[in-house]
Write a protein that binds this ligand. Structure first.
Ligand code: NDP
Length: 445
């Protein structure tokens, strides 16, 4: 396999899908050598079957807004790969959603899920519907209309969706409710459910907590303590909030949070009390992060900017894809940052990744360091199958074990001759080998 040629041929077939091509290129370049040590992979043209999703559902969702107007959105579910378990991946509601973004996310999800060691295939879904500015009734009607089409294609042993950007506990609740009514069954078809109806303790916290656990493992390789370290976080949603919470618990100092309008910098650090205000602001009031600076006047709000120019020790992007570009990465390196741990999916552009790796920063790609979310979703599926609920301590301890295991795998497959751990390479090879072996064993299908 020649990674460049494969990407060129995919570019011709899918010319309008830059995010998908970006994700494929990153994986193929890092697995090329290992892949070519297995001539049987090439003979079975494994790479094409691994890059192209099993199927994509595309459909129209029509719903009625509060003024009685009929609205129409586009919606999708990308079922990428089922070789190691039922399709599994979140649903994103955001105005930017399109097939390229969902294909990149489903592709990444396939390797991430393999890395968790749990039996889950890869998928992703979503719609260009934006919950922002909509009433709860409008969100409910949209979720129900989305399910009216999708419910036929999902199930506890076929495809298990969850949340992502714009889809939190409220949206999962509405979708699960409609799914349950249409299917006439109470099953563990969604994860991220409310605790009263099959949700797992620690699932809301899992992505952020897992990312901090992974960061601690990275820091340990250089004998660095997280205590007292200043951290830049982007986003103020699920991942950002619980990243912030675990950092505070461990004695680190979160300095920033953001949303799509701008970021706040708090020179005094974000405390648990301030974080509780943010949770209420974002989850209950559905407000904007600029309001933080009104509530805590020593904080500064920067409209239309991202936090990467601020001085800190650690960077944890937790908002969206391609939010750190090459220029941002240069600033991050120049400011003496020691580690970048990705909470979001593909938040760094290829230029940014190259800059981090050239400077020998501790740098982990989202598919390794944010895998705690889907791993805990896997634990929610196990609890639903058992019809039992595990304690928070039990789930958290399993999450810690899974993150430590992913870190070990990255070290195993990603350590370079000079001792530098290339976490991108490590994560991609470890995830790829598991899926590849399963696909080979199951024949050409
Ligand atoms: P949320 O919707 O809870 O929060 C997203 C946050 O990012 C919001 O603050 C939002 O701001 C901001 N944001 C969204 N789009 C943009 C944009 N284009 N530019 C700037 N800011 C933006 O989502 P999550 O926290 O769940 O997801 C965040 C990231 O983490 C995503 O990349 C997701 O794929 C990834 N992830 C999530 C997992 C999970 O368990 N939830 C698991 C693994 C990865 P605003 O309010 O203005 O929209």
């Amino acid at each position: 396999m020649n990674a460049k040629n494969v990407v060129e041929s995919l570019k011709k077939r899918f010319p309008n899908e830059p995010e998908y091509l970006q994700a494929v290129q990153e994986v193929l370049e890092s697995i090329e050598d290992v892949y070519n040590q297995h001539p049987e992979f090439e003979k079975a043209n494994l790479i094409e079957r691994l890059c192209i999703p099993d199927r994509i559902f595309t459909f129209r969702v029509s719903w009625v807004d509060d003024k009685g107007n009929v609205q129409t959105n586009m919606a999708y579910r990308v079922q990428h790969n089922m070789a190691i378990g039922p399709y599994k991946g979140g649903i994103r509601f955001h105005s930017s959603v399109n097939p390229s973004i969902l294909k990149f996310l489903a592709f990444e999800q396939t390797f991430k899920n393999a890395l968790t060691t749990l039996p889950m295939g890869g998928a992703k879904g979503g719609s260009d519907f934006s919950p922002r500015g909509k009433s709860s009734n409008e969100v409910m009607r949209f979720c129900q209309a989305y399910m009216l089409e999708l419910w036929k294609h999902i199930g506890p042993d076929t495809d298990v969706p969850a949340g992502d950007i714009g889809v939190g506990a409220r949206e999962v609740g509405y979708m699960f409710g409609m799914y349950r009514k249409l299917s006439g069954e109470f099953t563990g078809t969604f994860t991220g459910k409310g605790l009263e109806f099959g949700g797992s303790l620690i699932r809301p916290e899992a992505t952020g907590y897992g990312n901090v656990y992974f960061l601690c493992s990275m820091l340990k390789t250089r004998n660095i303590d997280i205590k007292g370290k200043k951290v830049l976080i982007s986003g103020s949603g699920n991942v950002a909030t619980y990243t912030c919470q675990k950092l505070i618990q461990l004695g680190a100092i979160p300095m920033t949070l953001s949303d799509s309008n701008g970021y706040i910098y708090d020179p005094d650090g974000i405390t648990q009390e301030k974080l509780e205000y943010v949770k209420d602001l974002k989850q209950v009031q559905r407000g904007r992060i600029r309001e933080y600076a009104e509530k805590y006047p020593t904080a500064i709000y920067h409209e239309g900017m991202r936090p990467w120019g601020e001085k800190a020790d650690i960077v944890m992007p937790s908002a969206t894809q391609n939010e750190i570009n090459g220029e941002d990465a240069k600033k991050i390196v120049a400011n003496g940052v020691i580690a970048v741990a990705e909470g979001a999916n593909m938040p760094s552009t290829p230029e940014a990744i190259a800059t981090f790796q050239k400077a020998k920063l501790l740098y982990s790609p989202g598919k390794a360091s944010n895998a705690g979310g889907v791993a805990t979703s896997g634990l929610e599926m196990s609890q639903n199958s058992e019809r039992l609920s595990w304690s928070a301590e039990e789930v958290d301890s399993k999450l810690k074990g899974i993150m430590a295991n992913i870190h070990e795998n990255c070290v195993k497959y990603g350590t370079e001759p000079d001792g530098y751990i290339n976490y991108v390479k490590g994560a991609n090879i470890a995830g790829f080998m598991k899926v590849a072996k399963a696909m080979m064993a199951q024949g050409i299908i």
